[in-house]
Design a protein around this ligand. Sequence first.
Ligand code: EPU
Length: 422
Amino acid sequence: MEIMDIHGGKKLSGSVTIGGAKNSTVALIPASILSQTKVVFDSVPRIKDVDNLRSILEDMNVSSSMDESVLSIDPTQIKEIPLTSGKIQSLRASYYFMGALLSRFGEAIVSFPGGDDIGPRPIDQHVHGFEALGAEVHFKDDSIHIKAPKTGLVGTTIEFDFISVGATINMILASVLAHGQTTIENAAREPEIIDLATFLNNMGAKIRGAGTSQIKIEGVRSLSSTNSHTIIPDRIEAGTYIIIAAAVGNGVLVKNVIPEHLDLFLGKLEEMGVNMVIGEDSIYVYPTERLTNVEVKTSPFPGFATDLQQPISALMFLGEGEGIIQDTIYPKRIRHIPELNKMGANIWNEDGIIHIQKSGALIGANVTADEIRAGASLMITGLVAPGETKIFDAGNILRGYDRVVEKLTGLGADVKIIKGEK
Ligand code: EPU
């Protein structure tokens, strides 16, 4: 097991460069199998999710190579196989192969996705969408079987009952080669969806309205990549480093950021008393003198991202007054709470609302990262707390944070990954 070993309490300074967005990358890699030609992605984060997706591609006879942050994928020799190995369960985003395989082969057999344990994560909206496009969907053993009619999928209007990032992306993937026009109503508006649409449109797709709640997709006959696609910066990674800078920074420049993707988050930090200079593609965070706690309610983009609720809670341990967090997207995303309390934090969940009080005596401890963002909140608290923090199951952090040890060390932190047992 990987353990993140932090000796906290050090002031950090310097600059850090944000990598490509995890949640774009994990959709773009499955989308690459729709291309009739080789695909190249630039600014690819070096994270375990990418390794796992590449391994799934390899099983389909799709070779790939990674050179620094450039990922080349060759889907020209792809073989249709059921995706039912244990690898599928290693990450949630493997469900994007449902839409991608259905588009490419008219059929997909994929195990139920795994991923972070952040409460129930049903896929009913995905199923509703596949069926609306004319596919037959069956559940057998631990897999979903999706089959298009012999004449192919037919574009239609798909209205989601509620906003889902995953279902929106799967419908784009499934309909991009369908006959006629598909309209997605109540679509998610996350920047990662725009990134995917940009990639597909550059390959010849006809997708309009990505980034709004109505997306229209005119099916095309085939897609071919001609030039490399640069992945957008990871807004959650950026938010995490901005929080680190506010908590233990002595002046930190966070580079490769699109500030518009973090509007509400930055507003909350300003409300807390964090001083920042927001540039065109970077954010400078001054050392913080006094923090005041605020109320945060997560909602789909452009709202406050659920993926930043656990990281911001770590900053609230330093703030005056009571902090309140309501995660409307994943109300059960609370597995960080008992772990943080082991470090002297004052955080509790009451009727679906997370409460946080200032913690005067944070101290390093042995804790476990049950999932990626829970891990981020433990990592931030470990950087603040004097003494040694050991985060067990740190693989969950490495799943989604690009070269995190290198980046934190570059800022002056004392962090390393060691192997060991609990
Ligand atoms: N939902 C359903 N049925 C569905 C689909 C979703 O009930 O068919 C519910 C979910 O249970 C949740 C809400 O709808 O309560 C929103 O879920 P969504 O589908 O938007 O989430 P997702 O696509 O599974 C992605 C990110 C998550 C991020 C959420 C919300 C990827 C691979 N994952 O998940 O990222 O929290 O959107 O923004 O893009 C992370 O990076 O830490 C992470 C968990």
